[in-house]
Design a binder for this molecule. Structure first.
Ligand SMILES: NC(=O)C1=CN([C@@H]2O[C@H](COP(=O)(O)OP(=O)(O)OC[C@H]3O[C@@H](n4cnc5c(N)ncnc54)[C@H](OP(=O)(O)O)[C@@H]3O)[C@@H](O)[C@H]2O)C=CC1
Ligand SMILES: CC(C)(CO)C(=O)C(=O)O
Length: 317
């Protein structure tokens, strides 16, 4: 049984699910909450899941990081649109030997976290999970749960498999969360983008679930062409994705229960979209490296328009 203590920054669809599963497996978990603090402090967390529903009537809930105890692993599970808060949220949680695990989608996040906490204590995880926060302290896990874990070094220099990766893997596997270890975090991030860029983006622009998109031959073709551009972008950044990356992602999507991506849920809720982490950063990196990515660029421009119109409409209302 692991004695490592976890802090969860962002007790939502992802942080709420993984944090609750870690606590259920016996680990010491401490949850930072925002609007749900009072509810979770009194009522704990409820998780619906095809892997088994469960509730945690009592959890270590906090509204302020200053009240949290020293934790061995600090999990960043905010939306990347909230990462401007990290310079305030992370420093109070740091002590000599702890690590920060970034469980967010996108590219270019770990370098920003490393500027706050130091370049030798950051890890990243790509979560292939379909989960939604459906109410205060209420997580609805729909499908999948695996995490691809990598260690971070400055400029995303590949780290290989490190001891702390093995330790975090041990903890999550104690909670029956499948963990794959990656020797190259940047490659793993590009591989997740093969999914996120087409499906998160098109789910908003087309107002469609993954099932609806996969059932449409022209959209399946467009998604495939977008995936091919992501592969080309990764290649321009000297990251060669596996030949079966596209086929695997299409197969996973075809098998996925009807799902609204996290970006579509944010759009429907009027929340800011993770456009820069998932589209802007990869596009800038790849085009600077000489890649031409017209479909990704078009989708990025459409999302920027929808985001700006949402802001304009909210001001008018
Ligand atoms: N959902 C999914 O299935 C997947 C998500 N991801 C990625 O995981 C990351 C997290 O996404 P997800 O879990 O869906 O997002 P959610 O919005 O469900 O969770 C984020 C949580 O952060 C909380 N939060 C916001 N501001 C603060 C604050 N100042 N202090 C403390 N907590 C705060 C929110 O609380 P409140 O609601 O009160 O504002 C919310 O509960 C994203 O990068 C996403 O792309 C990756 C794979 C799948
Ligand atoms: C690929 C998917 C749908 C699940 O991991 C995701 O990353 C998201 O919803 O943001």
């Amino acid at each position: 049984m692991s004695s490592r203590r976890y802090a969860i920054l962002g007790t939502g669809a992802l942080g709420g699910f993984y944090g609750a599963r870690l606590q259920k497996a016996g680990l010491d978990v401490h949850f930072l909450l925002h609007r749900d603090y009072d509810w979770v402090r009194h009522s704990g967390l409820v998780v619906e899941s095809p892997e088994g529903n469960f509730s945690l009537p009592q959890v270590n809930a906090y509204a302020d990081v200053q009240a949290m105890p020293p934790c061995d692993v600090v999990v960043v599970a905010l939306k990347t649109t909230q990462n401007h808060l990290l310079p305030q949220l992370l420093p109070p949680l740091l002590h000599e030997h702890n690590w920060v695990l970034v469980l967010q989608n996108g590219l270019g996040i770990e370098p920003e976290v490393a500027k706050i906490v130091g370049g030798d204590r950051v890890m990243g995880g790509l979560c292939f999970i379909c989960s939604n926060k459906v109410g205060p302290g209420h997580i609805r896990h729909l499908d999948y749960s695996a995490i691809t874990l990598g260690d971070y070094a400055p400029n995303y220099h590949p780290c290989g498999i490190t001891e702390r990766m093995q330790q975090v893997k041990q903890d999550f596997e104690q909670a029956n969360i499948p963990i794959q270890l990656s020797e190259d975090l940047l490659l793993a991030r590009w591989q997740k983008l093969v999914w996120n860029i087409p499906f998160n983006g098109l789910s908003v622009v087309l107002d469609a679930t993954t099932t609806e998109m996969m059932a449409s031959p022209p959209i399946r073709t467009l998604a495939t062409e977008l995936m091919q551009e992501v592969v080309a972008g990764a290649k321009a950044c000297h990251k060669a994705l596996p030949d079966d990356a596209i086929a695997k992602m299409l197969d996973n999507t075809a098998k996925m229960k009807p799902y609204k991506t996290s970006m579509k849920l944010d759009y429907e809720a009027g929340n800011p979209l993770e456009i820069e982490a998932i589209f802007g950063n990869p596009l800038r990196l790849a085009t600077q490296a000489g890649a031409s990515l017209p479909r990704m660029t078009l989708l990025y421009q459409q999302l920027q328009f929808l985001e700006s119109r949402k802001i304009v409409l909210s001001v008018k209302c």
